[in-house]
Design a protein. Structure first.
Ligand SMILES: Cc1cc2nc3c(=O)[nH]c(=O)nc-3n(C[C@H](O)[C@H](O)[C@H](O)COP(=O)(O)OP(=O)(O)OC[C@H]3O[C@@H](n4cnc5c(N)ncnc54)[C@H](O)[C@@H]3O)c2cc1C
Length: 387
C-alpha cells in the first residue's frame, strides 16, 4: 500500500514560517506543505527594516523573494491573506477564514504583536510600530523629508531606527523611561557611549522620561507629545518601539500551555505533540528568544521531528549585531535566569569589551564595541564551549 506523504500546515510567513518550510522541503520532497498567512507571503529579512533608509530601500525593494517564487520553490499550497482562526485539536484541522485545513502536524509561527502603551491624547493611535513590511510601507509614506521623528523606546529597535534616521537627514527624538539607550542589554558605560555617539550626529535623547500623551499639534500638521516632567516635544511622525508581545491567541484559545509565549519542549512541540511553535511566538525551554539565530536552530529541530524523526533543537550562542553604524556593537545577552555581573576586560582605542560572568565565574555573555566586534566569532565559540 502506498504511504501518503504527511500534511504539514504552517501558520505565518515570517522568518520562522519560511525557515521551517525550507527545512521541511529540504528533508522531504514529497511532504504536503500548506502555508496560511495574513501577509502577502513575500520573503524579506525583518532585521533589514531598521537599516532600510540608509540603504535606500522601500517596502518593495526589501522583498528578496516574491510570494510566487517562494510558492514554486517550496512547492506550497499557499493560503495568502487568510487568517487562522482556531484549531480543532480533536479533528486535527486548522480553521481558517477560507475553511478548515486538515493537518498531521501544525506549526505555529505567528510572531509577536507590538505592545501599545496606554497613552492619553487625541493622536495616541497615530504612533506607528514597524514590525512588518506593510508597517514599514506606511512609515515611509508618512515620513516627510527631513522630518522630526519621535521614537518611543530606546531598546534595540528604537536605537537602530534613531541611527538610521539621523544618518539619512531626519531628526530623531528618542524618549525612554530608562536612563540610557539599550538599557536592558548592555553595561551602563556602553549605553553612555551609544547615547553620546548618536547625540553628536543630532539624535535628541529624553531619557528617564515617560510620554503621557500624544495630541495633534494646533495648528498642524504634526504632533505634540507631553512628557511626565511637563516637557512638550513637537514631531512630524511618531514611531513606537516599546516592545513586542508573543502572539499566543490561537494557542491559548486551543488550550495549549502558554507562558510569556507558546511553551515548547526540546523538539519545539507544544503541550499537544502534533502542534509546534517557532519564532517570536514561542517560549523555548530557556525562555522566549525573539532573534533570527534561534529561529534557524529551531527550524532544524522541528522539521525532522514533524516528519517523524524526533530531533532535539540545538541552540548555538545567540549573539546579536546591533546595527548602530555610528557605534557598532555585537552582544550576547546572558539568559534571563543567569545571575552574575558585567566585567570590563578591554578598554582602548579599538573599543570596549565586557564579559558577563556568572556566580561560578563562567562567561555567559559579552558586549563588544567598534573594532572589537571582530572578536564576535571567537567569543561565540568561547561561550558555546561552556554552555
Ligand atoms: C526592526 C527590527 C529589527 C530587528 N533586528 C534584528 C537583528 O538585527 N537580529 C536579530 O537576530 N533579530 C532582529 N529582529 C528580530 C527578528 O527579526 C524576529 O525575531 C523575527 O523576524 C521574527 O520572525 P517570526 O517569523 O517569528 O515573526 P513575524 O515575522 O512577525 O511573522 C509572523 C507571521 O505570522 C502571521 N500570522 C500571525 N497570526 C496569524 C493568523 N492568525 N493567521 C495567519 N497568519 C498569522 C503574520 O501575518 C506573519 O506572517 C528585529 C526585529 C525588528 C522588528
Amino acid at each position: 500500500m502506498a504511504v501518503v506523504a504527511p500534511q504539514i500546515v504552517v501558520v505565518g510567513s515570517g522568518l520562522a514560517g519560511f525557515g521551517v518550510l525550507r527545512e521541511l522541503r529540504r528533508l522531504s520532497p514529497e511532504a504536503r506543505l500548506t502555508l496560511v498567512t495574513l501577509e502577502a507571503g513575500h520573503f524579506y529579512s525583518k532585521p533589514a527594516l531598521s537599516t532600510a533608509l540608509a540603504k535606500g530601500k522601500t517596502a518593495e525593494t526589501l522583498v528578496t523573494s516574491h510570494a510566487e517564487k517562494m510558492i514554486a520553490q517550496l512547492k506550497l499550497d499557499a493560503r495568502i491573506g487568510r487568517e487562522a482562526e482556531s484549531i480543532d485539536r480533536t479533528g486535527k484541522a486548522l480553521c481558517t477564514t477560507g475553511g478548515p485545513i486538515p493537518y498531521d502536524a501544525l506549526v505555529l509561527a505567528t510572531g509577536a504583536l507590538p505592545f501599545r502603551p496606554p497613552l492619553e491624547g487625541n493622536a495616541a493611535h497615530r504612533a506607528i510600530s514597524v514590525n512588518q513590511l506593510d508597517h514599514y510601507d506606511r512609515f515611509r509614506k508618512e515620513l516627510p523629508d527631513g522630518a522630526r521623528v519621535l521614537i518611543m523606546g530606546s531598546g534595540l529597535v528604537g536605537t537602530e531606527f534613531a541611527n538610521d534616521l539621523v544618518t539619512t537627514g531626519y531628526k530623531p527624538l528618542v524618549v525612554d523611561m530608562l536612563p540610557l539607550p539599550l538599557g536592558q542589554l548592555v553595561p551602563l558605560p556602553v549605553g553612555e557611549k551609544v547615547r553620546d555617539a548618536l547625540a553628536a550626529e543630532g539624535v535628541r535623547w529624553h531619557l528617564g522620561r515617560k510620554i503621557l500623551a500624544i495630541n495633534y499639534a494646533e495648528p498642524g500638521p504634526g504632533y505634540v507629545a507631553t512628557l511626565d516632567d511637563g516637557t512638550s516635544i513637537m514631531a512630524d511622525l511618531v514611531l513606537s518601539a516599546v516592545g513586542l508581545r508573543p502572539n499566543v491567541a490561537l494557542a491559548k484559545e486551543a488550550g495549549l500551555d502558554v507562558g510569556i509565549g507558546i511553551k515548547v519542549n526540546e523538539h519545539g512541540q507544544t503541550s499537544d505533540p502534533h502542534i509546534y511553535a517557532i519564532g517570536d511566538c514561542a517560549e523555548y525551554l530557556h525562555g522566549p528568544s525573539a532573534y533570527v539565530t534561534p529561529i534557524m536552530a529551531a527550524a532544524r529541530g522541528i522539521a525532522p521531528t514533524a516528519l517523524g524523526t524526533p530531533t532535539e533543537i540545538r541552540f548555538p550562542p545567540l549573539s546579536v549585531q546591533v546595527k548602530t553604524t555610528l557605534f557598532p556593537i555585537n552582544l550576547l545577552p546572558p539568559s534571563r535566569a543567569t545571575t552574575g555581573e558585567w566585567r570590563l576586560q578591554e578598554d582602548d582605542t579599538d573599543g570596549l569589551k565586557y564579559v558577563f560572568v556568572d556566580t561560578d565565574n563562567i562567561v555567559r555573555g559579552y558586549v563588544l564595541t567598534q573594532e572589537k566586534c571582530e572578536q564576535r566569532m571567537d567569543m561565540d565559540k568561547k561561550v558555546g564551549e561552556t554552555a
